[in-house]
Design a protein around this ligand. Structure first.
Ligand SMILES: [Zn+2]
Length: 451
């Protein structure tokens, strides 16, 4: 009997110890802390995320501090109610305001859970990561740029930056034109093609250069803007045209719209969506310059519309809609073979609403050409094409009244006047003269000449 009682007491004690050791309130697993990447660069303002989880008991409190040398700044401290198992803390760090110096700093996170382990103090996890404070924007030297740019036309810019630059381009109003880097000794050489599209909302161009901390250096690119005349065209719209061309381009939910609303929907909303899609596709252009010499035009063709034409649409004697034409319309015989404007790689083939069947060709450095309203294409995405290689045949797919080619030139996805790129003299003097050191990989250049 005594022996049995002894066993029972031992079992009870063991069970008690087991309860303490293994039951959830006494668990020994510390919180899991997820920090930003080690070596992350931060400038005068940085947004970072810290994620902390704890199971099964949940989080009790968290402290986050930033340390540099002997100094320390508390960034965050909080206690949590029962049942907080996971939290993402968005930290806004302003090192300059805090008084940090350039160089390394340590982000320290301490989190405690609700376990009763450690005499009820819980499990504490600490984690730290090194951040690098950098207030100095990259050094930028403007080497050369096109000095005379036509309205709606294009220009080129060549510049060098210190090695810390990670991203650069040209800002024109709300539009951004990407610059492409080439590493050389102790600096980076960059080239960008940019333009002044009709909808840029600004005719000034600024160079924008960023480093990995987000420090930005910006300054204006000096050039003279030359006027180009605007063509205004009026289009009468008939019911027959709306039936034949507009209704097929409407999404199914809008098929019952009355004719004029249907026309406005396609000419305004669908047009904008399609142009955004083409812009997005064309902005995927890659770095290396693939084109050589002037671009070529559809053979034996007549120009029936030019770039930037302001179109007004009339229905039953009333103005109902407007648009801006973002390419050249070239009419030849029906189903005329369409040549690639220059050497490049096929970026996209497919149907894009009012543009019908299209081909986009990437020529590098952000430059793409667009071929629209095609009947069919004879090339595949990713395929390399020679200048003049037949890529498809003209037709009137999409919003086209008759068989023609709509030809566009886009820089970083933004349309510019294609006519300039057919002009050998313009291309040589205004663009290639600026890009030459970049294409040839020379180390330095001298700005010269009237461009
Ligand atoms: Zn067109």
């Amino acid at each position: 009997m005594k022996k049995a009682l002894g066993i029972l007491i031992v079992v009870v004690i063991l069970a008690g110890v087991g309860l303490v050791l293994f039951a959830p309130p006494f668990e020994r697993r510390p919180p899991q802390i997820q920090l930003p990447l080690s070596g992350s660069y931060i400038s005068s303002r940085a947004a970072l995320n810290v994620t902390i989880q704890d199971r099964p008991t949940g989080l009790k409190d968290i402290q986050i501090a930033l340390m540099q040398g002997e100094k320390s700044w508390s960034l965050y401290t909080a206690a949590f109610p029962l049942g907080t198992y996971s939290i993402q803390i968005p930290l806004i760090i302003e090192p300059r305001k805090l008084g940090l110096e350039e160089g390394a700093a340590t982000l320290l996170v301490r989190a405690t859970d609700r376990s009763l382990w450690n005499l009820g103090k819980g499990n504490t996890a600490t984690a730290k990561v090194q951040l690098i404070v950098d207030y100095t924007p990259p050094l930028v030297e403007l080497l050369d740029n096109t000095r005379y740019i036509y309205e709606k036309g294009a220009g080129a810019v060549l510049f060098a930056t210190s090695e810390d630059a990670t991203e650069a381009g040209v800002q024109v109003g709300r539009l951004f034109f990407k610059a492409y880097p080439k590493k050389s000794k102790k600096q980076i050489l960059w080239a960008a093609l940019f333009g002044i599209p009709p909808y840029a909302h600004s005719q000034e161009a600024r160079l924008v250069v960023k480093d990995r901390a987000g420090n930005t250096r910006m300054f204006p690119i000096p050039f003279h803007l030359l006027p180009r005349k605007v063509v205004k065209v009026t289009f009468p719209i008939s019911d027959a045209f709306i039936q034949r061309k507009i209704y097929p381009l409407l999404p199914p939910k809008d098929e019952s719209l009355p004719p004029i609303q249907a026309f406005k929907k396609v000419n305004e909303e669908v047009r904008q969506q399609n142009e955004e899609r083409l812009s997005q596709l064309a902005s995927q252009s890659s770095g290396p310059c693939l084109w050589k010499g002037a671009f070529i035009q559809l053979r034996n063709s007549e120009v029936t519309a030019t770039f930037g034409d302001k179109r007004t649409y009339i229905y039953n004697g009333k103005v109902v809609s407007h648009s801006i034409h973002l390419g050249y319309d070239l009419a030849s015989v029906a189903h005329a073979p369409v040549p690639a404007g220059n050497r490049g790689r096929v970026l996209f083939t497919g149907f894009v609403g009012i543009y019908g069947n299209v081909v986009l060709i990437d020529h590098g450095l952000g430059l793409t050409t667009l071929y629209a309203h095609l009947s069919r294409t004879t090339v595949k995405e990713g395929q390399k094409v020679r200048k003049g290689q037949i890529i498809g045949y003209t037709d009137s797919t999409g919003l086209a009244g008759g068989d023609h080619l709509h030809y566009g030139v886009l820089l970083s996805g933004h349309p510019v006047n294609p006519m300039e790129w057919w002009d050998r003299k313009w291309l040589r003097e205004r663009i290639m003269a600026v890009l030459k050191p970049y294409i040839q990989g020379e180390k330095s250049v001298q700005a010269n000449g009237k461009r």
